[in-house]
Design a protein around this ligand. Sequence first.
Ligand SMILES: Nc1ncnc2c1ncn2[C@@H]1O[C@H](COP(=O)(O)OP(=O)(O)OP(=O)(O)O)[C@@H](O)[C@H]1O
Length: 623
Amino acid sequence: MHHPSALHTAPAPKATATPAPAAVRRGRPWLAPALLLAAFILFPLLPTPQFWVVQANYIGLYALAAIGVVLLTGIGGMTSFGQAAFAGIGAYTSAYLCTAHGVSPWLTLGIGLLLTGASALVLGWVTLRMSGHYLPLATIAWGISLYFLFGKLAWLGNYDGISGVPSLRVFGIDLAQDRAMYYLVWGMVLLAAWLSLNLLDSRPGRALRALKGGAVMAEAMGIDTARHKILLFVLAALLASVSGWLFAHMQRTVNPSPFSIKMGIEYLFMAVVGGVAHIWGALLGAGILKLMEDQLQVWLPRLLGGNGSYEGIVLGLVLILMLKYARHGVWPQVAALAARVLPSWFDKVRQAPAPAEALPRRAMPPAGSPLLQVDTMTKRFGGLVAVNGVSFTVKAGEIVGLIGPNGAGKSTTFNLVSGLLKPTEGTVRFMGEAVAGHGARAIARRGMARTFQHVKLLPAMTVLENVALGAHARLDSVMGVDVARAMLRLDRRTEARLLAEAARALEQVGLAHLMHETAGSLALGQQRILEIARALCCDPVLLLLDEPAAGLRHLEKQALADVLKRLRAGGMSILLVEHDMEFVMQLTDHIVVMEFGTKIAEGTPEQIQVHPAVIEAYLGGIE
Ligand SMILES: Nc1ncnc2c1ncn2[C@@H]1O[C@H](COP(=O)(O)OP(=O)(O)OP(=O)(O)O)[C@@H](O)[C@H]1O
C-alpha cells in the first residue's frame, strides 16, 4: 500500500538513556522478578512476626475491593462510595448461611456473588443514568441504607453481628491459621489483578476504557456505553463481594461497621493514593493506607501524647496534599522508576500485529444509487434555528462537500445525520431507511462512520488501540461470553483480527509507523488522520469527515486528498465539512453551501465557484 510520506512527521520514539543495572546487562532480567516472587511466596513461611502476616492478609482484602474501585472509578470514570456495602453482602450472606444453615462456605461464595451481582445490576441500572455528582451521592445513600439494614435485622444479629463463622478449608487444609489464609487471600488478589488486566487489554476492555471521557465517540463507533457501564459496576461489586467473603471467614465474625460508608470512602482513597487508573495502584494503595494508618496509630500518640486517634487527621492532610500534587497516585511514579531500572521488563511489544483473518466486510452499494437523503431537515435550539429546512442527497461513490461561513449550521447538520442530535422536523434516509432520531450507535452500525470537529480520542491509549475501537461493532457477540473469554485470554484470535484490521486502516492513511505511540502524543493534524483511520475501521459505506484538513500542512493536505480519492475509487462515499476551499474544490464531486442554517446553493465545484449567491455570501476570494 502506498504511504503518503508527507504525513510521516512525528519524531522517532526516544531511546532511554539510563544504563540498565548489572543483572539486566548480564542477560538476567528475570532475577529481580524471581526474587520478588520468592519473597512473596516465602513471606509467611519465614519466621515473619504474626502481626505482619495478619497485616498482609488485610491488605489483600482491601486490595480486592480497591481493584473494583479502580475499574469503576479509574477506568470507567464513575465515582462510587458504595464498594464496602457490596463487601457486606458477600460477608453477611456467607456468615448467615454457614452459621444458621450449615451451608459450605464455597457454596456461599457463589450465592454471595449471585446476590451481589443481582443487587449491583438493579442499582447500576437505576443509578448509572444519573450524571455528575448524583451518582456518587446515590452510592452514599445506598451505602448508608445497607449499613443500617445489616444493623436492624435481628436474624443478622443486629449491630453485634454474627459470630462463630467457620474457617475455610481447601483440599482438607484448614485455613484458620493466618499463614495459610495468606495464600488464599493473595492468590485471589493476584487472580483478580490478572483477570482485570486481561479484560482491559481486549475488545470489551477498550470499550470500558472509552467510558471515561469518550462515551460520545464510543457510541458513534457503535458501542453500547450504558451496558458497559453496568458491566463495570457489577464487576466492581463482585470483587468487593469476594473480599467480604474472605473477611468473614478470616475474622470468623461479621458486624456492620467494616461495611459502613467510612470503609467505602477508604477504598476510594486507597485507589486514589495508589493510582486510580491502574490495577496495580489498588494493591499499592491498599498497602500504603493500611500500613500508614497502623504506624501512625503507634507513633503519633508517642510523639504528641494523649491517647491517640490522630491518625485520621494526618491521613486526611496527606490525602489533600496528594490530590493537589500527585493526582495520579503513587503507581505511575513506581512504574516510571521501574521502567528506568528494568527497561526490558517494560518494553512493550512494538511489532505490527501479525496478519490475521480479515473481519467480514459490508458490500458497497452500487455507484450512483442514492445513499443519504436529507429532506427538509430542521433543528431548533430554543429560539435559534441552526438548520432550516435543508435537503440534499449523497450518491454512492461520491465525495460531497458541505461548506458555509462559521455558524452556518454545518456541524449541526453532521450531528443530525449521524444521530448525535434528533431533527426537530424533516427526514434522513440512509440506504433507503429512515434513521432520523435512531441514535448514533444504531446509525453507526448501519454503516455510517464519522470524525469530529474537535477530535475525540483516548489520549492515553495507543494509536492502534484507538483505531481498533472503530472495529468494535463489526463482531457481534454476547457480552458475558466476550468478557469471560477476554479475562481468561481465550480471545486472542479475535484480538489479532481486530488489531490487524486497525493496522490496515492505519496503513491506508499512512499512519502505520505511529501505531504504538500514545494518541495524545500526536500532532493535531495526525490526530485528525487517526480519526479517519478509526472511522475506516468501522467498515462504513458512508464516511462523515468534519474538517479533516484543519491543522494539516500543505503536503499533508495533498496526501489526505490522495487517500480520500483512493477511497472513492474503492467505492466509498464521503460527506465532508471543510473550510479549506482549495481542498474542497479539487476533491469533491458535489458541493452543498449553507448560510444561516439554510441551503443557499448546490452543484459541482465549477458551478459553486461562479454561483452568485455563494460569492455574495462569502466566497468572493476563492479564485
Ligand atoms: N447544542 C447547541 N445548542 C444551542 N445552539 C447551538 C448548539 N449547537 C450549535 N448551536 C448554534 O447553531 C448554529 C450553527 O452552529 P454549527 O456549529 O452547526 O455551525 P458550523 O457551520 O458548523 O460552524 P463552524 O464552521 O464554526 O463550525 C450556531 O449559531 C451555534 O451557536
